[in-house]
Design a protein around this ligand. Structure first.
Ligand code: GCB
Length: 613
């Protein structure tokens, strides 16, 4: 009828329903330390073109009746049934973004369906989960046609329980990943990086006992003041999912002389506080990690955890009571040389070789949580980390469901990495516009971060004020909500000439440590000229020289993270021959070639010439 036609027409343009994220379900912590079965490898895939009617119905709700059913077409006889077939479809590697694996998908933003089989042997008294390290941006998974989970957010892990959906023998898993951008997502529709879609991190099958350790937190007690001689109390919790009250939890840290048993409460949570016999605190000079053995009932898990204290004192940052100066750098989760999302040991080796070469002791992982391997490596190598949620510039600050999303992303980030000594800062945002709705939103988020993890420092990278006057006053009210203030500025690139930096003075109305969290300029590797010529290595190096002149005169500066370690893909960088789809502010090219600016920063860090403890 005409009415139906009109209805269909109107509804078929409906976007996927943007509802608030469901409360955090199971999110297994320390999965990389457990014995799991890897489901990495070749997955069949089908590309769905807009309007994505296999994944969403007319009202934008997820459909279980499309490709999710994984049926096979009748090729030779029988009634016509379906027009897709995973079994004979080509494959993509998991983990991996689709963009860099298949040329026709290079710029594709939309829905890609993944499918593979796995063999499962149910064991009495156990539960099984699909653990997905990250998939960008929205994901829905089905096992044998039963929907097992949904997740929103491209950079944090999630778990899908498959215990009742899976059966003995061969099972089929289908995962739909939608990388479409929406105004009310985090990040929102525009951002300066590449929207790599797909299952971008490891996928594994995790089998645990009926009651299992899903979350834990073992850290050095964070007292009101730090005293090295009293720094031996370890505190935290172990959460045992679905455990009856009174379940015994065993915490054993042999090298620290800790061996204790605590009991869960009615929520499955066992809090503890125990004195270590001896403890060497974690620091960049001595990144000591301890074997931490946890067990509860049938479940047991061993992690390696460092213990340290991080806090501020006025404008100082104190690590284990001693002032530190953070010689850092920004880095996107971009794989050196091969390109695409970073997600392998080799990628991490390459990134850390650049960090060490630079004499860095700190890295800001931009602008979202990176592969967990990064934190593991930083823990071992003694590199400190700024970890951030993808809240970049303009998002819908006036909408409560968007706040809920931000909070869910924050909780997932903290939950995954709270046992990593290397992580010292949680960042709630980058370069947000200064207005009351944003300040209220981010203040709330910063308070939530502090409540969730009172042992770390809360930060955010601010932008503005304008830097055209010699005296610059930063009085952003958001500073009140932060422990450490991040300041981005681009004197010599987006604003003014490099030399003008020498004469600038900065005043911050907050008496807090300041990190200059972004500054830099673009240069194409191998492009030479004078320090005045844009896009040359000489000009980029010159910007750094003058930035350092400015920064060493600002007393509250306690760290730097220049923008950026390596050139990275960005959909918005389209000057042919200079950018070709890359943001070129790297000290290294995307092939790890060193530009002149690298040596300026390397030398300054070697000589500690910008800041000392
Ligand atoms: C910024 C952003 C960063 C950009 C960078 C640039 O201020 O925080 O994400 O990539 O500037 O190169 O413009």
């Amino acid at each position: 009828s005409r009415l139906t036609a009109v209805l269909v027409l109107t509804l078929s343009f409906a976007a996927p329903l943007l509802v608030a994220q469901k409360p955090l379900q199971t999110l297994l912590v320390g999965v990389d330390q457990r014995k799991t079965e890897s489901l990495n490898g070749d997955w069949h895939y089908l590309v769905e073109q807009p309007p994505f009617r296999e994944l969403y119905d007319n009202a934008g709700q997820i459909r279980d009746s499309g490709y999710a059913r994984n049926t096979h077409p009748n090729i030779s006889s029988g009634p016509h049934n379906s027009e897709y077939d995973f079994a004979t479809a080509p494959t993509l590697k998991v983990p991996g973004d689709w963009n860099t694996q298949e040329p026709t998908l290079f710029r594709f933003e939309g829905v890609v369906w993944y499918q593979r089989d796995f063999v499962y042997t149910p064991k009495a008294g156990t539960r099984s989960f699909l653990h997905i390290g990250a998939a960008n941006y929205r994901s829905v998974a089905w096992v044998n046609g039963t929907r097992v989970c949904e997740h929103e957010g491209g950079f944090t892990p999630f778990d899908c329980e498959i215990t009742s959906a899976a059966h003995a023998g061969t099972n089929a898993v289908v995962i739909a990943v939608d990388s479409t951008r929406h105004q009310d997502d985090i990040p929102s529709v525009s951002y300066d990086w590449f929207n790599y879609g797909g299952i971008t991190r490891d996928v594994s099958l995790v089998t645990v006992p009926e009651h299992f350790i899903d979350d834990y937190d073992v850290h050095l007690k964070h007292d009101a003041t730090f005293s090295a001689k009293d720094a031996h109390t370890l505190t935290g919790y172990v959460h045992v999912q679905d455990a009856p009250a009174g379940t015994k939890v065993h915490l054993n840290i042999p090298e620290a002389g800790v061996n204790t048993i605590v009991s869960t409460d009615s929520q499955g949570r066992a809090d503890f506080s125990v004195d270590a016999k001896s403890l060497t605190l974690w620091s960049p000079e001595s990144p000591r990690l301890y074997r931490v053995e946890l067990s509860a009932g049938q479940d047991a898990l061993t992690d390696r955890i460092g213990f340290r204290d991080i806090r501020v004192d006025g404008t100082k940052i104190l690590l284990n009571g001693k002032p530190v100066f953070l010689q850092g750098i920004n880095m996107h989760a971009e794989a050196p040389v091969r390109g695409g999302r970073a997600n392998t040991d080799e990628d991490v080796n390459n990134i850390f070789s650049m960090l060490h070469d630079l004499n860095a002791n700190f890295v800001r992982l931009c602008h979202y949580p990176h592969d967990e391997r990064m934190e593991r490596r930083a823990d071992r190598d003694g590199i400190m980390i700024w970890s951030e949620i993808p809240l970049w510039q303009r998002i819908s600050f006036d909408k409560e469901p968007v706040y809920s999303k931000a909070e869910a992303m924050l909780h997932e980030m903290i939950r995954r990495d709270r046992n990593k000594a290397s992580v010292i800062f949680w960042s709630v945002s980058n370069e947000t516009p200064r207005n009351p709705a944003r300040t209220e939103f981010l203040t709330r988020l910063a308070n939530e971060a502090r409540k969730t993890d009172p042992t770390r420092l809360i930060t955010s990278a601010l932008i503005g004020p304008k830097v055209d006057k010699p005296q610059i006053l930063q009085d952003d009210p958001l500073m009140a909500a932060l422990d450490v203030v991040g300041q981005n500025e681009y004197i010599g690139w987006y604003e003014g000439q490099a030399e003008e930096a020498d004469e600038k003075t900065w005043t911050f109305t907050a008496n807090k440590p300041i990190i200059f969290s972004e500054f830099g300029a673009e240069a194409k590797f191998g492009n030479h000229g004078t320090a005045k010529d844009r896009w040359t290595e000489e000009q980029e190096a010159n910007v750094y020289e003058h930035q350092f002149n400015m920064l060493r005169k600002i007393p509250a500066v306690r760290g730097l993270t220049p923008w950026v370690l390596m050139d990275f893909r960005s959909t918005t960088r389209n000057i042919p021959r200079l950018q070709d789809g890359y943001n070129r502010k790297g000290l290294f090219s995307e092939k790890m070639e060193k530009k002149k600016a690298f040596y300026v920063v390397q030398k300054a860090y070697k000589e500690h010439s910008v800041g000392k403890p």
